[in-house]
Design a protein around this ligand. Sequence first.
Ligand code: SF4
Length: 585
Amino acid sequence: MQIHDVMFIIARETSSFFHMLDEDIAALTLTHYLYEIGVKDIVVFPEKEEDKYIADVEQAFERFLAEHAAKLYCISCWTSTYAVAMDFAKKIKANKPDAVIIAGGPHFFSVDEIKNTLENEDVDAVFRGGGEPFLRFASAMLVDGTVNILKENGRNAFYGNLPSKGMYVLKDGILSGNGKGTFPYPVIPMVSVSGENIEIRTMFNDSCPNGCDYCVIEHAKTDRKYTPVLGKMIKKSVEEIKEQLPSEIILSLSDSAPFSRINRQNTEAFMKNVYSHAGFGGMNVFVDPADLDEDFYRLVEQFNINTFFIGRDRVIEDSFTGRRLYRLLRSTAELDDEYRILKDFIFFLKDRKTECKQEVFLGYILSPYEDELGSQKMINEIIDFTVQCSDIKNVRVQSNMFLLNPYPGTRVAQRAEGEFIPMRYFYYPYPNTWTGVNTVNIYLEIVRLIIAKMFCNNGNISFYKPMLQLAHDLQYKRSFDYGLLDDIDSKNLKRFAIMLTDKILSLNLGDEKFLDDYLGNILSLHYIGCMLSIVLFRPEYAERKGLYEKIIREDGVAEFLKRDLSMIKKYAQKNKETFYGRYDF
Ligand code: SF4
């Protein structure tokens, strides 16, 4: 067993398709700076690529824990992996009752959530906001030896040189700590393979003026004096890649709203700085529909931006979800205008003289209280973008739908208190937490378990469109038009789509009498979603006999869903005034 200074555990899940833990630029940056301040012996989990598959991650962690121990265990977690991350903390404490475990990351946006975590006793301290207080703490504990750790009431208590802000502990059952940490230093460029290209992911100023009610971004800004350093770091990464590989290098800027009015000037200055050091074969950015103006077109040309992640999110004014622009609720008229702006933008891309593959990813959010008109408008728009762009050869437009999540600490979570089960209890990475009596639960389940596993694009619109319409029709009790499947060219795939549709309709979603039947149907939707993903990825599997049964036997992620369903069942038995109250037990 090796005893290290730090074990850094990164629990970030990002892909609904592959269910893999992802690397996190913030966590990578913290491990880099730990090393810089003198904490040299650091191990990071997941250690290997195969450890990242979420269905195997618990066993992988146990294997890792059997080989490694540390003076300080640091868990960086996102809400979607919180339950798994806290199980990791339990496993550490079970193996080493005196282990010092601290946690941080986007999940701890909310002070209530911090308190809840500390009350569960596996974590000794939580760091909120940017990572500077964490680095100070690690340096004091592991390098200077100016932090004393004493056992009090069965848990680790910290004394000595502690950060004044951003570190939270529980003292005699009372939460102690204040404020948030900042992080002014440059983030470390993260290099990864993306298709045929190498991607360098960076972050400069992650802030957004819009303040949507469901958003959890922690504003983080690189201090201006470090901008040249960040540029040089990116240059160094480019040079190292070029020495080894002939691949094209893409710069990926992870800032949430780099082209909003208040951020644009600084973003442009930063990009000029970076491009003065190195050229790129393309660039990925996040951009708001409201920011797609003529000046942005200029920047697209100047920096050869070719991939655009655009949060369209809502198509009608919606005070429950709270889609905002400069803090004001976006009206339906404004959202309609954004639709026109988006179309103009796609036609601008079409006319560009660039060799780069151009891609536009549009994200939509389904509200738990979606009404029929809003839903149909959203479906029509998603389909319309794909159909209208189908003969544009140099731009690929992909859209997808996701569920509104009541992330802890957001205004949505405050507004909807009592209408959902807190996200921390769910293991399945894309949970449906909503429990209000009038929520569109059938729709939510089909979207998260089937639709979110696809993207609507030219390649699969013939599948995406009927599946999405089916979700809508089942929710609003409309009859489904099988004619929608006629657009599927391949006979095999068409037979498969009919079989899939029959299978979903045969579940009689919404008409179940018993809760167990409803929960069983959710599990079936998960398996159907897996089957669809496999066939879209490998169309030759469409005719494969026993595919569904094989998925039931072998799919590991279902175990997470089953845990959630049994938790929901217990919750439903105690809370009859919810959506689940309509079922017999
Ligand atoms: S526009 Fe996007 S990044 Fe900005 S507040 Fe809304 S959801 Fe968050």
